[in-house]
Design a protein around this ligand. Structure first.
Ligand code: SAM
Ligand code: SF4
Length: 472
């Protein structure tokens, strides 16, 4: 997989900084996270489930009694990385001194769901395999594995996973920082021809308003200021509202904006077909909703969009962008692109470049098409040579990088609100996020972590901005 960097991609995963202090006799779990923000969220919730069973999270793999790899199956390379890591762990286990601490290895996430039992055959070092819908059962599964029984649990659980997950400890939430992910929707019913998500994550499920609001309140109470609502198809979220009406994501965002302490809201990832009027209106009317939207289109060619089963044309997407920009003119847009989908001609690819020129993105993820077992596109025979895919990817990324620089440069001189997130790499500096998600470096005297301060952007670098504090 290759992708251009986006501001969101450079967000440190909560998995990197979420451990609470552990005592030396306590059992420890190390969680390695691959893939998207939803996996980062799941890793935290797995650690929360195990914390209730006495496990402390560690950032040092060598200290772990339990080593979980939370996996991604979206592209072949993402899945293969897991097996090379398992090979390394098998060697490490084989070399362990007699009497050394024995550790269990578990595979969770989408590779677990897709490959199940097969993982034991390919990687005998693995002790447990748990899919994305049953990780609330981890404490029991780990106990069984400790008793010597290898467990595979890839059911689509009948019970609601979220209702069974324990509320995270306040101190652990605080250690994770002032921004948090909150999964509101899982699964997908769109069945794009290239994508494994409908098979690994199952069909679309929306969490209830009450559950989401309770989680948001707990996060805010522990000091979280910014929430990013997550879903494989987040804007397909729907549910019964407090007023008895059926709500969509727009209404949910308005409700979450009422949670005391929550100053900023974001959401990802959206499908163009699910951008309804209420959600567009939220971009116009809800000041807490940040002006950043990740709206994948994948291709600018109608022929390829049809073959991908995207259920929209390039013009539908462009009209949608016009409506969103009319509602929120300063919105930063990002997208996902696949190059080299089977049958993609030069003309199809040029249409994608034209669409990008037309939209003007602040950031984008771009990928070479990777055939995934079980998806309709994997049956295609008109595959493109690797060199063609690579050459197209480079051209597309060059264009997007140019747009990203232009967007960053256009921020210089603007006065913006910055949410301060963490100390900077250099002494005397702190780092916050602009409304458009760019990491922004400012003098540490500007404020404390969690403060929202007014700053003027003074300079732009590849992936970050520099700013000066404006007094008063
Ligand atoms: N739900 C989102 C949407 O509608 O576009 C995307 C979710 S998917 C987890 C993230 C991105 O991975 C997709 O937008 C697509 O660009 C990329 N992707 C998915 N399957 C792929 C494949 N087989 N080969 C290459 N890229 C792929
Ligand atoms: Fe995959 Fe997104 Fe298409 Fe669903 S809408 S199948 S998650 S690319």
């Amino acid at each position: 997989m290759q992708s251009t960097s986006t501001p969101l991609a450079s967000t440190p995963s909560p998995a990197d900084n979420s451990s609470a202090p552990a005592d030396s006799n306590q059992r420890k779990v190390y969680v390695k996270t691959y893939g998207c923000q939803m996996n980062a969220y799941d890793s935290d919730r797995m650690a929360d489930a195990l914390a209730k069973d006495g496990y402390a999270r560690t950032e040092r793999p060598e200290d772990a009694d339990l080593y979980l790899i939370n996996t991604c199956h979206i592209r072949e390379k993402a899945a293969e990385k897991v097996y090379s890591e398992l090979g390394r762990l098998a060697k490490q286990k084989a070399k362990a001194e007699p009497g050394a601490k024995d550790f269990l290895v578990g595979i969770t996430g989408c590779v677990a769901q897709a490959e199940g039992q097969e993982i034991f055959r390919r990687a005998p070092v693995v002790d447990l395999v748990v899919g994305p819908q049953t990780y609330h059962r981890l404490p029991e599964i780990v106990s069984e594995a400790r008793a010597g029984r290898r467990v595979v649990d890839t059911d689509y659980a009948i019970e609601d996973k979220f209702a069974h997950l324990p509320r995270p400890d306040r101190k652990i939430v605080q250690a994770r920082g002032v921004t948090a992910f909150l999964t509101v929707q899982e699964g997908c019913d769109k069945f794009c021809a290239f994508c494994v998500v409908p098979y690994t994550r199952g069909s679309e499920v929306s969490r209830s308003v009450a559950q989401i609001v309770a989680e948001a309140e707990a996060l805010a109470e522990a000091g979280v200021r910014e929430l990013t609502l997550l879903g494989q198809n987040v804007n397909a979220w729907h549910g019964a509202g407090a007023d008895g009406r059926q709500w969509g994501l727009g209404e949910l965002l308005f409700r979450l904006a009422e949670v005391p302490g929550i100053a900023r809201l974001r959401y990802m990832t959206s499908h163009p077909r699910d951008m309804d009027d209420a959600l567009i209106a939220a971009h116009r009317d809800l000041s807490q909703l940040m002006p950043y939207l990740h709206l994948p289109v994948q291709s600018g060619s109608d022929t390829i969009l049809k073959a991908m089963n995207r259920q929209h044309k390039a013009d539908d997407y462009l009209h949608l962008i016009d409506r969103i920009r009319a509602a929120r003119p300063d919105i930063a847009l990002s997208g996902d692109f696949i190059v080299g989908f089977p049958g993609e001609t030069d003309a199809d690819f040029e249409a994608t470049l034209r669409l990008i020129e037309n939209v003007g993105y602040a950031a984008a993820y771009s990928f070479k098409y990777s055939p995934r077992p079980g998806t309709p596109a994997a049956e295609a025979t008109d595959l493109l040579p690797e060199e063609v895919k690579s050459e197209r990817l480079l051209r597309l990324q060059a264009l997007v990088t140019k747009q990203q620089y232009a967007f960053q440069q256009g921020c210089v001189g603007k006065t913006v609100d910055l949410l301060i997130e963490k100390p900077g790499r250099r002494e005397g500096q702190i780092v916050g996020r602009s409304p458009w998600l760019q990491p922004t470096i400012v003098d540490a005297k500007a404020g404390a972590i969690g403060d929202i301060v007014k700053v003027r952007i003074t300079a732009s670098e590849a992936n970050s901005l520099f700013a000066e504090c404006i007094q008063g």
